[in-house]
Design a protein around this ligand. Structure first.
Ligand code: C2E
Ligand code: CA
Ligand code: CA
Ligand code: CA
Length: 281
């Protein structure tokens, strides 16, 4: 029982309570959400910095909750990871992304026929036979592996490096592209990079945010770009919010950009409506 005179404490306590309750509610309803198709994908354009043309999209999962509205992944992915439900979420995402790819590849819109779709995968998926799951999803939707990109954070890769390398190597051997996500935030040694079977690095947006003004971030971004190129990797900058950033990154040798300057994540329909017009530069 709470006593008077402890109001500040009591209200802190109850706001924690609200958050915790929401978290628990989401976790308890996630299973149903997957089965009832309440999850949905939005797609964020990825463009070539050289000419602003659309080259791919990143699939980003959302939960369209019947009472709570649209819920972002930051609110339910961590809980899904803890509970193991991430395996089901990940499976749903892979299949949904491949079906969308198949739709675009076989559709009317010329510019969308050789678009790639990037899918985020968690460490748990990687350690539970990701390559089989990905190849099954591709086969089911009859999509060539080259059209799919897997994004995995640096952080989750280094945990079980040897088994992860085997999974990624299998995917790459089949033609699936592999990118390291949030590169630069994993605090791991660079030595492991040359052992990884990967195609791309995505520079985390924390290094892009203060460009071109921040000399430190400019030095870091430059170093990442030249590291990537020397290892034969392509490079994507995340979180590009201004034209100045896009121009700076292009000059620095960065190949691709993604961020609010080009577009936020939008529905598949919106991709079809808007991005056939091409060129963001
Ligand atoms: P991420 O992979 O780094 O995805 C990029 C996030 O940055 C997205 O947030 C996107 O909306 C946001 N973003 C894009 N451009 C900009 C920009 O210019 N400025 C700013 N400030 N933000 C930008 P979102 O959709 O909330 O996703 C957050 C994270 O959730 C993702 O980070 C990814 O780690 C995770 N996630 C999303 N979908 C999935 C999924 O299907 N599976 C798994 N395992 N994780 C996912
Ligand atoms: Ca990503
Ligand atoms: Ca990222
Ligand atoms: Ca990020």
């Amino acid at each position: 029982a709470k006593q008077s005179g402890k109001n500040a404490y009591a209200s802190f306590d109850s706001s924690m309570d609200v958050q915790l309750r929401r978290r628990m509610r989401l976790l308890s309803e996630l299973r149903r959400a997957i089965d009832c198709n309440e999850l949905m994908l939005e797609y964020q354009p990825i463009v070539a910095l050289s000419d602003g043309s659309l080259v791919g999209v990143e699939a980003l999962v959302r939960w369209n909750h019947p009472e709570l509205g649209l819920i972002g992944p930051v609110e339910f992915i961590p809980a899904a990871e803890e509970s193991g439900l991430i395996l089901d979420v990940g499976h749903w995402v892979l299949n949904a992304a491949c079906l969308q790819l198949s739709h675009w590849r076989n559709g009317e819109v010329e510019q969308l026929r050789d678009l790639y779709v990037a899918v985020n995968v968690s460490a748990k998926q990687l350690s539970r036979g990701l390559s089989e799951q990905v190849l099954a999803a591709l086969a089911l939707s009859n999509v060539p592996p080259q059209a799919l990109q897997i994004e995995i954070t640096e952080y989750s890769l280094v945990e079980a490096l040897d088994t992860n390398v085997v999974q990624l190597a299998r995917l790459r051997a089949s033609g699936v592209k592999v990118a390291i996500d949030d590169f630069g935030t994993g605090l791991s040694s660079l030595g492991y990079l040359k052992r990884l079977p990967i195609d791309k690095l995505k520079i985390d947006r924390t290094f892009v945010k203060d460009l071109p003004g921040s000399a430190d971030d400019a030095a870091i971004a430059m170093a990442i770009v030249s590291l990537a190129h020397n290892l034969g990797l392509e490079i994507v900058a995340e979180g590009v919010e201004t034209g100045e950033q896009a121009a700076w990154l292009r000059t620095a040798g960065c190949n691709f950009g993604q961020g609010y300057f080009f577009s936020r994540s939008v529905s598949a329909l919106e991709i079809e409506r808007t991005f056939v017009r091409q060129a963001f530069s």
